[in-house]
Write a protein that binds this ligand. Structure first.
Ligand code: ATP
Ligand code: MG
Length: 219
């Protein structure tokens, strides 16, 4: 992998986290100009800011992990991880007409897998779905399990990805967005391979979905 690509990757992840911090700080500033000081809300935001700054710190540290091919498997609760990611990225939904649904297969308990890589994959898929649902739409995250392999589906009903682009979207630096780096899905595909998993995409007028499948379901 080229130095430039590694640099872009670091910038990409750090940009996501910094964006969360800027967003929280903006909301806080608005709250603080109110005549009546909303102490409770400000306190909540301060603690959220602390968490986000910590996440940024973790990411800068974890970015180093990108350079390794091997995995560091941990036991974790997949649904708790997805809920956590949704809470973190909900504030980026620009339209009140967009909602996020979940449908979990509750037979999945814990999974053993590289949590950082699983998290990074789901974050990038969810971000793309949010960006594809700017005006309105439904985003859905669902899970299923078959033969020890877990699947996470991230779907939305935004614009269709034209067939001629489907082959290109996983290439590094391919983007159709003004501010996109085009690294999101390149990271997704690289990390999915690292964890012996796969990512498949399907897009139609009514539904675009990405299926992440990886081994590691624990009973
Ligand atoms: N859910 C989706 N709906 C429609 N198009 C999508 C979706 N996910 C990805 N794409 C298309 O695939 C392209 C590549 O996605 P990718 O995540 O790699 O980069 P990006 O989102 O453009 O930029 P970055 O992730 O670096 O901010 C996008 O620019 C978009 O055209
Ligand atoms: Mg993206």
């Amino acid at each position: 992998m080229k130095e430039k690509e590694i640099f872009d990757y670091l910038i990409h992840e750090i940009k996501n986290s910094s964006q969360s911090i800027v967003l929280s700080a903006g909301i806080m500033k608005k709250l603080m100009t109110r005549d009546e000081f909303p102490k409770e809300s400000v306190l909540k935001l301060v603690s959220r800011l602390g968490e986000q700054a910590e996440a940024l710190y973790d990411q800068v540290r974890d970015a180093g992990l990108y350079f390794r091919e091997e995995n560091f498997p941990l036991t974790f609760d997949l649904h708790a991880l997805i809920n956590d990611i949704i809470d973190e990225y909900k504030p980026f939904m620009t339209s009140g007409n967009t909602n996020i649904q979940t449908e979990y297969d509750l037979t999945i308990r814990n999974v053993i897998q590289d949590e950082f890589k699983v998290r990074t994959i789901i974050v990038n898929l969810l971000k793309n779905s949010i960006e594809a649902s700017k005006r309105s739409g439904t985003i859905k995250l669902s899970t299923s399990v078959a033969g020890g392999a877990v699947s996470v589906i991230v779907e939305n009903n935004g614009p269709v990805i034209p067939e001629e682009l489907i082959k290109k979207i996983f290439e590094p630096m391919f983007t159709t967005k003004k501010t996109g780096t085009g690294l999101g899905l390149a990271i997704v595909s690289r990390f999915a391979k690292n964890i012996q998993g796969s990512v498949k995409v399907n897009s139609s007028d009514t539904r675009t979905y990405f299926i992440l499948t990886f081994p590691g379901s624990l009973k």
